[in-house]
Design a protein around this ligand. Structure first.
Ligand code: CU
Length: 146
């Protein structure tokens, strides 16, 4: 599993990977990281916050998802091409993949149209198509509005 900034490998990739694993372990434990000279953001440390409008989406109507993606210092991650994938848990239904449009302060805006009522799972994929860990967001799509 590769992180967002991992392509900026400095000098010695194998050694760097080892460091990365250690950092991930530390991150999982919820401890602060003091990065030395290389700043990178493993996908597993990103914090993803969702806001849906309307908050209770309706089938076959537009839903605007605003996704804020923060690094471990809670700074917005900017300049990365994120996509949002929406899928249902039952088999036989293709996932919907939409490219996010960055607005201000690292907020990504996506227009979604759910084609079926029921539970959908949203997640964020980075520019390499790797799902950002912890980005999953469950939403119940209703048949009609209130
Ligand atoms: Cu379905």
């Amino acid at each position: 599993m590769r992180g967002i900034g991992e392509r900026a490998l400095p000098h010695d990739a194998p050694v760097f990977r080892g460091v990365l694993s250690d950092l991930r372990a530390v991150t999982v434990a919820g401890l602060a990281i003091s990065a030395a000279c290389v700043r990178f953001v493993p996908a597993s440390t990103l914090i993803v916050q969702w806001k849906l409008t309307p908050a209770a989406p309706v089938v076959n109507a537009d839903t605007i998802a605003e996704v804020t993606i923060l690094d471990q210092s809670r700074r917005p991650v900017k300049g990365a091409a994120f996509r949002v994938e929406a899928f249902m848990t039952h088999p036989g239904m293709a996932p919907v993949l939409e490219t996010a449009t960055p607005t201000s302060d690292g907020v990504q805006s996506i227009r979604l149209r759910f084609t079926m009522a029921g539970e959908w799972i949203l997640s964020v994929k980075d520019e390499q198509g790797i799902r950002v860990q912890g980005s999953e967001f469950r939403v119940l799509v209703r048949v009609s509005g209130p």
